[in-house]
Ligand binder design. Structure first.
Ligand SMILES: [Cu+2]
Length: 68
């Protein structure tokens, strides 16, 4: 299991959380996404490594910025 953590800026409510979760879940290879709204941490779980650029692009397209 691969486990990557991104810090996403601008998420303020459960709606933001759902948008980011849905966007990242749709990236090829992603099995599960966990969003911590208080820290902005988005944990991406997958069986095989997922293309980092695709995850970042999905978050950006959802309207949020990846801080790290
Ligand atoms: Cu929101």
């Amino acid at each position: 299991m691969d486990n990557n953590v991104y810090v996403v800026k601008g998420m303020t409510c459960s709606g933001c959380m759902a948008k980011v979760t849905n966007a990242v879940t749709s990236v090829a290879g992603v099995d599960d996404v966990d969003v911590d709204i208080t820290t902005g941490e988005v944990t991406v779980l997958s069986d095989a490594p997922v293309d980092d650029r695709l995850v970042r692009a999905a978050i950006n397209q959802a309207g949020y910025e990846v801080a790290s």
